[in-house]
Design a binder for this molecule. Structure first.
Ligand code: 3HC
Ligand code: NAI
Length: 706
């Protein structure tokens, strides 16, 4: 039964409450409206209707002196029900619920724990008072779904905290804590964590006793009067967030709506917000970002892993290799409060690695992102060693040594001898065969790949590589641990490059070929950054170092890359690569590189031609999508949406296109297939369509239908 609301005086409980989503009880003259709609109390139609009924019942009851809105479970209302977007709206709307609250002639207090997000916070904004426990988080994360707050958030929030603060909260989408919310004027009191209901009831009683003024947020004018006409507020917001919203109309829409809160009467501002929200909710960008929201959560559900699979305890971590990756990997665990032992081969390498970690934390302190105490606490958890013996007590060891099978195998043989029974042994290899590495361990069941992305303390993606023998408990532990260190984990199978790098290799092949056929590195990079990627393949190579996998001894000096390396142009670190770099690492196209490309192109017999932007885009993306199809067919990734998550969180693929596989579905797999066949005719095998792609086109289905 989905009964919406029942009235129930505490003194005489009569009804079973277990299957209601919104209930009302009267506690000493205070009406308590409780939302209980797991998992996150989202504002589904059922909840909205329940709320309207509950507030109406409270309004009709003359004995009610005040109302408290509270939520059961782990959180306050976490927003509108995202599954309802894109479907015909069902009454009552959120605005109608808010109207029911604002029509109350007695004070309404929202009592917040967990997260008050999106429509949840907007509902609280329509209440007369807001109280929260210290651990509560309050925010308007709609931009992350390609939207803007559509429940009056753009109109009420500026009236409470000022336009500048409101813009920052809306455009960042990042929630703030209770203390910050109190300081900003967003909430009226911070209450103790224990028994929020009792605290909120006491607060409501004090409001009644004091006969405190019940200002409706919508009627407040102090901030709007102050901010009106101050163009610097909007210029600052556009400057701070412009880049993030490339490719969408969100920034302009948010700014217009918040401007409306200053310049228009409340109802007109609401109408403007509604119109702008409706445009965004119908946009392909928002649909793609909603896909990403659910894809992220799907990725956490590992096929074949039974719910409740036991996990292993991980409280101490070892990291082998303190180079580019090892240091960043260590920081992830330190940040989560786990002690880390870092092992290197020489004191000099260890000192270098430790110094980099220290410098990273100092940088965070200097930029005001971390307190000195926090940085010191994290560094105190770090110790270094020159012998793997020091890892004997670790629950998890992550190896991040050179990408050479012989070195990795030597490390694993030794590790196997020193690690305690039951320890999880992970490799951060980018390409090597995890099963071949596991074969050297006494317990291959405890070996897996944990493939972090560079910079490892920043990039959100973690590819969890499941070997042929990796135990379910080890995978379950890795998934749990990923959450603990703030990563989005995707389980992948063993193959060369796993999901991300395997697809990237296809793009690199084409990007290099395009140089010889007629394009320049900056042409290719521009097309891909215009598409929404944070950087193109050549800028990315310069950042990573052109000499990754190159050595002077084995260099044949044939390709553009090899010749650049031989000339000392090895990327940003040498001040030159495909681009020239100034002291601030700003890239400019290089005449020398252009001349070299023309030379190699002529040497190899190419007749250079003008390559269109469309061709660059198709040549770079279609082979990636095609490889994605093969990865799916082979079961290396469980779902197309997992591949999307790999690309969004590992390589900065623009979320507003949903990831490569979602993008392909929207483009039409028939279009992709036709493109591949066209290029196969002129450029050969690299474009040979994957059987899965052909099958899906024949069946009229998409990757998302699998
Ligand atoms: N609508 C529908 N389902 C939701 C939801 C929502 N707003 N928020 C979470 N869920 C679902 C998830 O899909 C997941 O379902 P599953 O178990 O079937 O996969 C389940 O709730 C639990 O979610 P999480 O795994 O994310 O749980 P966490 O505890 O890790 O995180 C949370 C909880 C912080 C609330 C997180 O779920 C979250 O950030 N949710 C989205 C919040 C949001 O974006 N709100 C704004 C919505 S848009 C809006 O309100 C428009 C308004 O302005 C009109
Ligand atoms: P790096 O060369 O910067 O660091 C490797 C470190 O390992 C060096 O400091 C070296 O002294 C140390 N080392 C070598 N043998 C050792 C041993 N036996 N015991 C202890 N330390 C030893 O290499 P990087 O870039 O950090 O790569 C490490 C691993 O991470 C590789 O497998 C690589 O493929 C992978 N990886 C690299 C990424 C990148 O962008 N650099 C991204 C993701 C994975």
């Amino acid at each position: 039964m989905l009964y919406l609301c029942h009235e129930n005086r505490r003194e005489e409980p009569t009804m079973d409450r277990t299957d209601t989503e919104v209930s009302l009880d009267i506690d000493g003259g205070i009406a308590v409206v409780t939302v209980d709609s797991p998992p996150v109390n989202a504002l589904s139609q059922v909840v909205r209707a329940g709320l309207v009924n509950a507030f109406e019942a409270a309004r009709r009851d003359p004995a009610v002196e005040a109302v408290v809105l509270v939520c059961a479970g782990k959180t306050f209302i976490a927003g509108a029900d995202i599954t309802e977007f894109g479907k015909p709206p069902q009454a009552p709307s959120l605005a109608e619920v808010q109207a029911a609250i604002e029509a109350m002639d007695r004070p309404v207090t929202a009592a917040i724990h967990g997260t008050a997000l999106g429509g949840g916070l907007e509902l609280a904004l329509a209440c007369h008072f807001r109280v929260a426990v210290p651990s509560a988080k309050l925010g308007l994360p709609e931009v992350k779904l390609g939207l803007l707050p559509g429940g009056g958030g753009t109109q009420r929030l500026p009236r409470l905290v000022g336009a500048a603060r409101a813009l920052e909260m809306i455009l960042s989408g990042t929630p703030i804590g209770a203390a910050a919310a109190k300081a900003a004027g967003l909430i009226d009191a911070v209450l103790p964590d224990e028994d929020l209901r009792a605290g909120a009831l006491a607060f409501a009683r004090s409001i009644v006793a004091e006969d405190a003024p019940r200002n409706r947020t919508r009627d407040r004018t102090d901030w709007t009067d102050r901010d009106r006409g101050d163009e610097t507020i909007f210029a600052a917001a556009e400057k701070a967030h412009g880049r993030k919203f490339r490719g969408t109309s969100q920034l302009g829409h948010v700014v217009a709506a918040v401007r409306g809160s200053l310049e228009l009467p409340f109802e007109e501002g609401l109408a403007l917000e509604r119109k702008l929200f409706a445009e965004l909710v119908a946009s392909p960008q928002s649909a793609a970002m909603r896909h990403v929201f659910f894809a992220e959560r799907q990725a956490g559900k590992v096929p074949g892993l039974k719910a409740g699979t036991p996990t292993l305890s991980v409280e101490t971590v070892g990291v082998i290799g303190a180079g580019t990756m090892g240091g960043g990997i260590a920081m992830n665990f330190l940040n989560a409060g786990l002690p880390v032992t870092l092992v290197e081969t020489t004191q000099a390498a260890l000192d270098r690695g430790m110094a980099t970690i220290r410098a990273n934390y100092e940088g965070s302190v200097q930029r005001g992102r971390m307190s000195e105490t926090d940085a010191a606490a994290r560094l105190a958890l770090l110790s270094g060693a020159l012998d793997m013996e020091a890892l004997a007590g670790c629950d998890l060891v992550v190896e991040a040594v050179f990408e050479t099978m012989a070195v990795k195998q030597a490390v694993f043989s030794r590790l196997d001898a020193v690690a305690k029974p039951g320890a999880i042994l992970a490799t951060n290899t980018s390409y090597l065969d995890v099963d071949a590495i596991a074969a050297l361990a006494n317990w291959p069941e405890h070996v897996l790949g944990l493939h972090f992305f560079s910079p490892a303390n920043v990039m959100k993606l973690l590819e969890v590589v499941r070997g042929a023998k990796t135990a379910p408990a080890v995978i379950a532990t890795a998934m749990q641990l990923a959450k603990r260190i703030g990563k989005t984990a995707v389980v992948v199978g063993v193959c060369h490059g796993f999901v991300g790098n395997r697809m990237l290799a296809q793009r690199k092949l084409q990007a290099d070929a395009l140089l010889l056929e007629g394009a320049m590195p900056w042409d290719v990079d521009r097309v891909l950054t215009d598409f929404g990627l944070p950087m193109g393949p050549f800028a990315m190579s310069d950042l990573a170092g052109l000499d990754l996998g190159w050595s002077a001894e084995t260099s044949k000096g044939e390709t553009v890359r090899e010749i650049l390396c031989e000339r000392g142009r090895r990327g940003q670190k040498t001040g030159a690569g495909f681009y020239d770099y100034d002291a601030a690492r700003k890239a400019t196209p290089s005449a020398d590189v252009e001349a070299l490309i023309l030379e190699v192109s002529a040497r190899d017999g190419y007749v250079r031609r003008s390559v269109s932007d469309q061709e660059i885009l198709e040549r770079c993306l279609y082979p990636m999508i095609n490889e994605g199809a093969k990865i799916l067919d082979e079961g290396i990734a469980a779902r197309a949406s997992d591949i999307d998550i790999v690309w969004i969180h590992g390589y900065g693929w623009p979320a507003y296109t949903g990831g490569p596989m979602y993008y392909a579905d929207r483009l039409g797999l028939g279009t992709v297939l036709a493109g591949l066949r066209r290029y196969e005719a002129t450029h050969g095998e690299a474009f040979h369509p994957a059987p899965l792609l052909e099958r899906l086109v024949a069946e009229g289905r998409g990757f998302g239908d699998l």
